[in-house]
Write a protein that binds this ligand. Structure first.
Ligand code: ADE
Ligand code: ZN
Length: 326
């Protein structure tokens, strides 16, 4: 349709994408075969049928299990290449992607295997599509502070190729305050900071992410809407929210796409963006997410343009590069 063409034709940046969450079932079987790893599924259809979640933890359990097939530098490179090919087809010209090193180092896969594989995929995307990208090292918040510090130490040789640190995994019971010292250390190393907050957790966790982690960008942030003073603060400071509509529905944080608050966020002056989070698990890449809210919420074209523009305003790019994309 016209809207489809309009959406894919809009240049956009993707700012909230977990590379491990782009592992499609077909590739899961391919990596399992070549690495001789067994998986508890007989067919691709069985895998897809298992992707029914009632909350974030349901999803995380199956997402960490899926990541077990990722073993070699080539796996991480091929995973990234497959994501960037799909993103480029959706009109993504710049992507800032999360990776969860602890998911891999805890299985005996060295940090460098993960980082070098992803960096090779990023170089391929720039060469073949002109798609630029950056890496965000995300700490697993269900693990302790000491493990996060250990991960930051392992990352030292790659720090010049890592843009930011992030915070993901099980939100409830693991407030941002748990990682205040880790984020202070990352800031001292010159890294930018982002955190998942207000996805399932309360507005107080968003306040903590701002006050204790010094975040430059807020991942999800949906529950900020429950706190008018917080909304005003986010709007006033021009904080970018990386919103993930299909993820919110799949994880039952929003009852259905036609009840998604994306337009409420825009009307309240929040710098919201549209992202895919874990596209292989949630039923769609970034253009699917734009299409879902365009249809479900009846967004006008000027809203779609605003959402795409916001993605560049929120990107960790030099001002001149942002200007060039607007
Ligand atoms: N890890 C991957 N996707 C995530 C999400 N949506 N929330 C928290 N942790 C995640
Ligand atoms: Zn996420």
């Amino acid at each position: 349709t016209d809207t489809d063409t309009f959406i894919t034709g809009l240049p956009k940046a993707e700012l909230h994408l977990h590379i491990e969450g782009s592992l499609e079932p077909e590739q899961m079987f391919e990596f399992a075969r070549r690495n001789r790893v067994s998986i508890p599924f007989a067919t691709v259809e069985d895998v897809r049928a298992a992707y029914q979640f009632s909350n974030l933890q349901d999803f995380l359990d199956i997402y960490y299990a899926g990541a077990d097939v990722l073993r070699t530098e080539e796996d991480f490179r091929d995973l990234a290449i497959a994501y960037f090919d799909r993103a480029a087809a959706d009109g993504v010209v710049h992507a800032e992607i999360f990776f969860d090193p602890q998911t891999h180092t805890h299985r005996g896969v060295p940090f460098g295997v993960v980082a070098n594989g992803l960096l090779a995929g990023m170089a391929d995307a720039e060469a073949r599509h002109g798609l630029t990208s950056k890496l965000i090292l995300s700490f697993l918040r269900h693990l302790d502070e000491e493990d996060a510090f250990k991960t930051l130490t392992q990352a030292q040789p790659w720090l010049d190729r890592i843009e930011a640190v992030g915070l993901d995994s099980s939100e409830l019971g693991h407030p941002p305050s748990k990682f205040a010292r880790v984020f202070a250390a990352a800031a001292a190393m010159g890294l930018k900071r982002v955190a998942h907050a207000g996805e399932e957790g309360p507005p107080a966790y968003v306040h903590e992410a701002l006050d204790l982690l010094g975040i430059d960008r807020l991942d999800h942030g949906n529950r900020s809407l429950e706190d008018p003073a917080l909304v005003a603060r986010l709007a006033r400071s021009g904080m970018t929210l990386t919103v993930c509509p299909l993820s919110n529905v799949k994880l039952c944080n929003v009852a259905s796409i036609d009840l998604h608050p994306i337009d409420t966020m825009l009307r309240k002056g929040l710098r919201a963006t549209i992202n895919s989070d874990d596209p292989a698990y949630f039923g769609g890449y970034v253009a699917d997410n734009f299409r879902a809210v365009a249809g479900g919420r009846g967004l006008r074209r000027d809203d779609l343009v605003t959402l795409a523009r916001n993605s560049f305003l929120g990107a960790f790019l030099p001002d001149a590069a942002i200007e060039a994309h607007l």
